[in-house]
Design a protein around this ligand. Structure first.
Ligand code: G1P
Length: 296
């Protein structure tokens, strides 16, 4: 195995086994990752971000009732044949252009809901022996250049592990993984410590982990012996913390902004933002949102 930092990134892990309890009842019968933002399910944004960063293998860590996600990244023969026969080229492109190459999307299961760290560990046999990216599919990121692609630039410079960071108000640091930082060079910081969901007044900074990671494969050994942490769950943050000081570890205060679609207000906000951006319906959405706000 090559040294940390010289290893290629061989896979992107998407932990999609979560139950979506924060957006019930919408997620009673469909996976939260399949909720649409305008016209695309949330998970498609995240897979596109991984592919745009040059990562060719996508590993979905799924659970019971998540089959719709696998179907979404497959061709739907009957639909495509019918659209083709009727000359509906736009519909055909929308239904099939994003479908990855055969074998590019792999699924494995998290059999028990033991936490994010456990979900990532469940992917260990499917990722090859390079570095891995982890993308949390609740979070979609609107950025001039994909957040993970920005992180790959940092990885190419420094190697080791890279996490995406965002400043949050101090009074909500308890909701996130929070890092402690060393030297800063522009938007790249050295990470010297991290803690998952620190208690009020105990956060080492207000820089939060936003759900995008590039990690060395040693993280899997750390996860294998990781004791439960915050919330009684096996936390990815705790396993990453055990790599600090042994491998380079950097954070990127990425250029862009995130929407937490696992949260009702974040989900509605994402629909408004992407609706406003949408090339076909953007102007109409702007008019209707303005009218709604003026009546509110
Ligand atoms: C997870 C991570 C946390 C991170 C957050 C970002 O927490 O454990 O470190 O800050 O995602 O959304 P969760 O939101 O699953 O509780």
């Amino acid at each position: 195995m090559a040294e940390p930092g010289k290893r290629p990134i061989t896979a992107a892990i998407l932990p999609v086994a979560g139950l979506g309890t924060r957006v019930l009842p919408a997620t009673k019968a469909i996976p939260k990752e399949m909720l649409p933002v305008v016209d695309k399910p949330v998970v498609q944004f995240v897979v596109e971000e991984a592919l745009a960063a040059g990562i060719e293998r996508i590993v979905l860590v799924t659970g019971r009732g998540k089959g719709a996600i696998e179907d979404h990244f497959d061709h739907m023969f009957e639909l495509e044949a019918s659209l083709r026969a009727r000359g509906k080229d736009e519909g055909l492109a929308a239904a099939s252009d994003f479908v990855p190459q055969p074998g590019q999307v792999i699924s494995t299961r998290q059999q028990s809901p033991l936490g994010l760290g456990h979900a990532v560990w469940c992917a260990r046999h499917a990722v090859g022996d390079g570095a891995v990216a982890v993308l949390l599919p609740d979070v979609i990121i609107r950025a001039p250049r994909g957040c993970l692609a920005q992180m790959v630039d940092v990885y190419d410079r420094h190697g080791g592990n890279v996490v995406a960071l965002e400043e949050v108000p101090w009074d909500v640091t308890y909701r996130y993984g929070i890092v402690e930082t060393g030297a800063r060079d522009g938007s790249t910081v050295e990470v010297t410590g991290m803690v998952e969901k620190p208690k009020a007044g105990e956060a080492p900074s207000n820089l939060s982990l936003v759900g995008r990671y590039i990690l060395q494969p040693e993280v899997f050994a750390a996860l294998a012996s990781q004791e439960p942490g915050a919330g009684g769950e096996i936390q990815l943050t705790d396993a990453m913390a055990s790599l600090l000081g042994k491998q380079p570890f950097h954070g990127l205060v990425y250029d862009g902004r995130q929407f937490d679609c696992g949260d009702k207000a974040g989900y509605v906000e994402a629909n408004a933002a992407y609706g406003l951006d949408h090339p076909d319906i953007g102007p109409e959405v702007r008019k209707r949102l303005a009218a709604l706000l003026s009546q509110a």
